[in-house]
Design a protein around this ligand. Structure first.
Ligand code: TXA
Ligand code: MG
Length: 353
């Protein structure tokens, strides 16, 4: 077991000495967890194959699912890819730094393990002072998947990272809770029109406004497991965001959803099972169960996104047998929220009418 060092940093004004320590560890092939505006990432030198292998091992992540490469400036993209399409420049100018990951044809300077043998690479520039300072100080592109054990909800606090990875990584930079709460949007630029492979912090609507034409991969809105031949992003085939408890997602209009959840919750309670409910501010009072938590108001989905992974972990830590979650509309950030909830439920979805 490694000794994991926890370093608290001011998210607005990170201490250069602590950043220096963390950057040195990255340069030496070590693993550093750090906050971004979306979720915490687990960073390693993207150009060092051994560091990347250690990264996969620490997360227990399957080797076929490549991490995102993080840069501190758009100009760094050019040496990592084979060509930067005009649309990419437009997107980088508009959305970087920020929660948008772009998939390019990769340059051979990126080791095969970093991209899991693909001929493409996913790159983003995060909007967080700690992340940017760490990348700049190390002078390297930093590969960073979310800093959770594979299959678990992504971490939005340093405490979540510690729970999953203490003893398995070198440093955790604790910069407080992350702002957006769901991961970046992954957009494939190797196809035309560009295609969203994972919905996230940059909305479909915002991308459409800038690009005109942009497609949603069927997986983004999938309500069941996709057949293997449709998979375009390795992340699509792995179980994700899954708490220990069984998760059931109830979708539809608010009134029937509330009724259905009450019915389900009573039925499980009668069977002697411990029930957790993920509600919203507007419906929370309508439920009676062992654990009831509100994700936030249905009229402020940014807050729901911010709370989602933390509350999945919190309800799970109460050792409930089943978590029943309310669906939200798929507009704006709601698309990313519903994608994560559907995956967390293993597509155990009930339509309430
Ligand atoms: O917000 C985020 O994106 C966070 C923070 C830390 O930046 N990172 C993150 O990384 O969510 P990760 O590794 O948990 O998710 C990366 C996703 C996976 O679904 C992976 O399959 C996909 O991006 N991906 C990576 N490289 C790809 C590629 N070359 N082509 C298609 N999809 C790719
Ligand atoms: Mg992840």
């Amino acid at each position: 077991m490694k000794k994991t060092i926890l370093l608290k940093v001011d998210p607005e004004n990170p201490d250069p000495i602590k950043i220096q320590v963390a950057a040195q560890i990255i340069k030496e092939g070590g693993l550093v967890a750090f906050p971004t505006e979306t979720v915490y990432g687990l960073g390693a030198n993207a150009l060092n194959p051994n560091a990347i292998l250690a990264l996969f091992e620490a997360k227990k992540r399957p080797l076929d699912n490549p991490p995102i490469v993080h840069v501190a400036d758009p100009s760094e993209v050019y040496r990592l890819v084979l060509g930067v399409p005009e649309k990419a420049e437009l997107l980088m100018n508009t959305f970087w730094p920020g929660p948008l990951t772009l998939v390019f044809k990769r340059s051979p300077i990126i080791p095969t393990v970093t991209v899991a043998g693909l001929d493409t690479v996913a790159i983003r520039m995060p909007k967080h002072k700690v992340a940017l300072a760490l990348i700049r100080q190390s002078g390297l592109p930093i590969a960073a998947p979310s800093a959770n054990l594979a299959g678990k909800p992504s971490p939005t606090t340093a405490k979540h990272v510690f729970e999953d990875l203490n003893g398995r990584i070198d440093v955790i930079l604790d910069g407080g809770a992350t702002n957006i709460g769901v991961e970046s949007t992954v957009l494939d630029l190797t196809v035309d029109p560009p295609m969203i492979l994972r919905p996230g912090g940059t909305t479909f609507e915002a991308l459409k406004k800038v690009l005109g034409d942009v497609k949603l991969h069927p997986f983004v809105q999938a309500e069941e497991e996709l057949p293997l031949e449709k998979i375009r992003s390795p992340g699509m085939k792995h179980r994700h965001y899954a708490p220990k408890a069984e998760v059931i997602l109830v979708e539809g209009e608010v009134a029937p959803v509330t009724c259905k959840i009450r019915e389900l919750s009573d039925a499980y309670a009668l069977k002697g099972e411990k029930v957790g409910i993920l509600a919203t501010d507007e419906t929370q009072g309508a439920y009676y169960a062992d654990v009831v938590k509100s994700l936030g108001s249905r009229f402020n989905l940014a807050i729901v996104a911010q709370n989602l992974f933390r509350l999945l972990r919190e309800v799970d830590s109460e050792n409930v047998d089943v978590i029943i979650a309310e669906g939200v509309p798929t507009e704006g950030i709601g698309l990313a929220i519903m994608n994560r909830l559907r995956k967390a439920s293993g597509y155990h979805i009930i339509k309430a009418e």
